[in-house]
Design a protein around this ligand. Structure first.
Ligand code: 1PZ
Length: 211
């Protein structure tokens, strides 16, 4: 079926696109300067990640919507702004960096999504004895919970009980323990420089990351 084909190579597609981003960030432009990350290229990689949410079941539909809507907002922004730093500079000029629905705020939230997946994969790889629920709970507590309201944290914690097993997740991703492990490790390595690059955009403009 279409859905099956769509999820077939999903992990490979995600990993490949983040490795491309990491490679771009490691390269220098013609003037020997660090390369800027283009918003449209970034959004394309981020869009692929949402496929993972299809494998987590109905309870995480809300989380998926939440993530997809914010990526979509950035896709819209990419029609007017070339690079990630352009939306920050624009929001700084308008004093709207943290304003609800602003591009910079959505960038911060999407960055949280990417980091959540990274933390989940770290937990998944750390031991075979961890259920997906335990791995996801730890990842969520590390990356997102500190910034979420009590209501959101309670809803997420209830949703954790509906997560599939490790085996079901691997099956839905069309992976086995070994193939998934390799790709998860590659995602971790490739996403770290992307996440650090985004953090540096905020920090270098004197914006703290405590929100
Ligand atoms: C693959 C990872 C599985 C682990 C499961 C953990 C599930 C996390 C559920 C997150 C629920 C998000 C609920 C909504 C939170 C919003 O209040 C905030 C603030 O939004 P704003 O006020 O700025 O409009 N949104 C966020 O913090 C965005 C967080 C995105 C995290 C979810 C994305 C996961 C993406 C990966 C897809 C697999």
């Amino acid at each position: 079926t279409a859905r099956k084909t769509a999820t077939m190579a999903s992990l490979s597609l995600i990993v490949g696109s983040f490795e491309e981003l990491a490679k771009l960030l490691n390269s220098r432009n013609g003037r020997g300067c660090k390369t800027d990350l283009r918003l449209d290229v970034f959004c394309e990689a981020c869009s692929l990640v949402s496929v993972l949410f299809n494998c987590l079941g109905l309870a995480f539909k809300f989380a998926r919507m939440e993530y997809v809507t914010k990526v979509q907002n950035l896709v819209e922004a990419s029609k007017a702004y070339d690079n990630l730093h352009d939306i920050l500079d624009m929001d700084i000029a308008n004093d709207t960096v943290k304003a609800p629905g602003s591009h910079s705020r959505n960038l911060r939230r999407v960055r949280q999504g990417l980091d959540l997946v990274r933390a989940l994969f770290e937990q998944f790889l750390s031991t075979n004895d961890y259920s997906l629920k335990e791995a996801a709970s730890t990842a969520y507590a590390q990356v997102c919970a500190p910034y979420h309201s009590w209501t959101v944290r309670a809803a997420v914690s209830a949703g954790m009980y509906t997560l599939p097993t490790r085996e079901q997740l691997l099956l839905r991703l069309n992976e086995n323990d070994q193939s998934a492990g390799k790709k998860m490790r590659r995602y971790i390595n490739a996403s770290v420089p992307v996440i650090e690059y985004i953090d540096e955009l905020f920090i270098s403009r004197n914006i703290k990351l405590n929100w």
